[in-house]
Design a protein around this ligand. Sequence first.
Ligand SMILES: Cc1cc2nc3c(=O)[nH]c(=O)nc-3n(C[C@H](O)[C@H](O)[C@H](O)COP(=O)(O)OP(=O)(O)OC[C@H]3O[C@@H](n4cnc5c(N)ncnc54)[C@H](O)[C@@H]3O)c2cc1C
Length: 499
Amino acid sequence: MKKELEFDVIVVGSGVGGATFTDYLLRKNPDLRIAIVESGPYRTKENFNQREIDMTAMYYNRGAVLTKNLQIGISAANTLGGSSAVYTGVSFRPPESVLKNWRHTFGMDFLTETFVNESLDEIEKEISVHELPESWDNDNNKLFRKGAEALGYPVKRLKINTKDCQQQGFCNLGCTTGAKQGTLEVQLPKVTQKGVRFFCNTKVISVEENKLNVVVSPTPEGTKVNNLKEGKHIFKAEKIVLAAGVLNTPAILLRSAKKLRINNKNIGRYITLHPAFNINGIQPEPIKNYRGFPKTVYSDHFSDTDDFYLETSFYFPGVTAKNNPGYGDLHQEIMKDYHKMMSILILAHDKAEYKNRITIDKKGNSIIDYTVSEKSKIALVKALQEATKIFFSAGCKKIMLPAAKHLPLTPTDENNIEELVSLKYLNLFKTPLSSAHPQGGARMGKDKTTAVCDQNGKVFGTRSIYISDASLFPTSVKVNPYETIMLLAKHVAEEIYEE
Ligand SMILES: Cc1cc2nc3c(=O)[nH]c(=O)nc-3n(C[C@H](O)[C@H](O)[C@H](O)COP(=O)(O)OP(=O)(O)OC[C@H]3O[C@@H](n4cnc5c(N)ncnc54)[C@H](O)[C@@H]3O)c2cc1C
């Protein structure tokens, strides 16, 4: 074992949870020797070119890792910066009702009003969370507001974390100007200056007490060259922090359980996916969605009663083609109207259930074993009906939906929406259901019979292994999750320092 691979702390993953953790730990003790081990390549804004065909290489499986039953395609990034390199930057604080449940049911007592508000005030300031001016609303955002408000559904403005944004709209393919304040622009440059070492293309296979087993793969063309030889290596550290995201942190624990002698049935369990449909309606005339910011408004009108949010969205041609249901002539006809397209993103709040889990196959690869519940199907269909009303109310002439008696819906269908868009037409094996907000799988909590790690993020039954990413969530946070991940990462860092 080379001394150069020994550190005080090793963080696995450079995304939201890992980079935020590292930043906060170094604030407490700048002398710590820390390494970040990242399975993805070292890409920065200089590598981004706004082309779907090239940039989807930043994602696992080009942006759609399928669940075992093939119902949902999950988006997550495998690159320096993790999913923050491709996220849109929509910024929500966790709802108080969710935090109350986490405190009462899971014993996460540190989530006091003072801790949450003071921490998020500080975090939001550092990563430039702000509302965008109305002058940045593109036609899609304006039409969503017009359609929803005419129906009496209140519309709110989204907050975004950008600085000097040039309104190019390619957030999900990597921000070429570095305006998006993800970990590539904020935490990683800061911790580099404080001496943190990065090991990219370095995949953690398993973890033992104070030890990581990794494999280094070749450097992809055009990215920064590895500083370790290809092949197997061992890292050692006083503390190891897993922040490899929901698709991978539970899988690392499952691959390591035997050697760690932990036998916790909750590892990988209780994942939630925030299932999403992105749907489109066609306006009679061309609209401009390539100006302004892709998403500036949303409606939480149905959140408490029907378990979904509606947000505006606008995607590139390839993703939009994937999101539109159907094949052949109709699909082609609809895509020809890309320049007239309105878009709405539906996000359904799903319940954390024991049976929904990350597991591993014989080779140790992660498998997402998740079935959409009847309750979520009802929420998705109700959301499709309400979004259809908004499209019609905003003047759309054709609407493409994943659960309708016929396609496209046209204004003659406007009075029959409940009948034409219903559960009996929802076939999840034929719909482009997706997820970009996986949560859970290594849930935090005071009780090891229902959780994987304690309230400080330490994995039950281990001495040196901690978690700091979205897999900590005991239930769905119900909103876009990155601020909540940062909040938990700050807490885990401060507790490790205290220890
Ligand atoms: C397209 C898209 C848009 C999104 N938009 C928003 C938004 O607007 N607002 C919002 O709140 N959220 C958004 N999200 C979700 C948000 O980005 C994630 O919730 C968040 O990044 C998760 O943080 P994390 O630390 O859990 O994982 P990640 O940020 O994904 O980081 C995990 C890191 O671990 C690395 N890794 C994985 N396995 C290993 C291994 N074995 N060894 C070493 N390294 C490993 C990965 O490469 C990755 O870098 C979006 C996500 C996507 C994909």
